[in-house]
Design a protein around this ligand. Structure first.
Ligand code: CP
Length: 311
């Protein structure tokens, strides 16, 4: 899959799967620059460029931080999401995207329920495509945010124990995070009921557990939302029973490492995968993840539109 670099020199961000260590370092270094200079970089570097948003699914964090990032970089923002464009009249993804290019859009940020749709667009358009999450496949910018947030608390991900708990089967964040965390040297354990753990997932190089107590020696504890909108079958008896057996609660907080981080890509469902006391505790960096989204997305847009060398 095409990533930050392609043979045609039109570059995209479709997943973290094929990012090199140098590319991760470049993204984190630029994000860190934007974070440290957040008060002084308001004027923007790209006043002659336009970014187009195509969000076919709801979003708070991703869209909000892409808008913030774009405006801080000085980009013009055009929003062509379904409820405010001719997508509502039946226009296809590709026709819509081609029209955006005709209107002068220089890069497209796409969120779509179809896995692979950003890759499809990247094969048809000569502008950078940035995935903002596609179906159950990938959420590369969220994964970069999660790794960047960990690096603001620990110097490295090398040998860090990361537990991802919950609906792994339907989670694009889990998939991208497995690639990112393993590439950066972490040890990943996926925890959940067997119905939420995809068959053969251990072939990716991760451990699996059906016992929530296995999270207790982790450095990072990341519960995930149950993605009811992507579920074809009843994978769990009830949300109440899920919370009983797999929800991260105060009783776990009392037993985790002193410097452990509680993370969640959002949106959170309190009382299902995480209790309020855990979501709001002093180990929780959930809102830091949201804040870092602006800086990571500034870095990605800047690299893709700026034509920087990144190998
Ligand atoms: N993490 C995430 O993708 O959140 P949103 O759906 O609010 O963008």
């Amino acid at each position: 899959m095409i990533n930050l670099i392609s043979q045609t020199r039109v570059r995209h961000l479709l997943d973290t799967e094929n990012l090199t260590k140098n590319q991760f370092d470049l993204i984190f270094s630029k994000a860190n620059y934007y974070k440290e200079n957040r008060e002084s970089n308001q004027t923007g570097s790209f006043p002659d460029k336009t970014i187009g948003f195509l969000f076919y699914e709801p979003s708070t964090r991703t869209k909000g931080s892409f808008i913030q990032a774009s405006q801080r970089l000085g980009l013009r923002v055009l929003d062509f999401s379904p409820n405010n464009s001719s997508i509502a009249k039946g226009e296809s993804l590709l026709d819509t995207a081609k029209n955006l290019v005709s209107l002068g859009v220089n890069t497209i940020v796409l969120r779509n329920k179809q896995s692979g749709s950003p890759f499809f667009l990247s094969n048809h358009l000569d502008i950078p495509i940035i995935s903002a999450g596609d179906g159950m496949h990938a959420h590369p910018t969220q994964s970069l945010i999660d790794a960047f947030t960990i690096l603001t608390h620990f110097d490295t991900l090398e040998n860090k124990k990361i537990a991802i708990i919950g609906d792994i089967r339907h989670s694009r964040v889990a998939r991208s995070n497995i690639y990112t965390f393993l590439k950066l040297g972490a040890k990943v354990t996926l925890v959940g009921p067997p119905t939420f753990l995809p068959e053969k997932i251990s072939e990716f190089g991760v451990s699996t557990s059906t016992d929530v107590e296995s999270i207790l020696d982790s450095d990072i504890i990341m519960p995930l939302r149950i993605q009811k909108e992507r579920q074809l079958y009843g994978y769990i008896p009830s949300c109440a029973e899920y919370f009983e057996y797999f929800g991260i609660k105060q009783e776990h907080l009392q037993k985790v490492k002193a410097n452990a981080l509680i993370m969640h890509p959002g949106p959170i469902n309190r009382g299902i995968e995480i209790s309020s006391s855990v979501a709001d505790c002093d180990k929780s960096v959930i809102l830091e993840q949201a804040e870092n989204g602006v800086f990571i997305r500034m870095a990605i847009i800047s690299i893709l539109l700026g034509g920087e060398e990144d190998e």
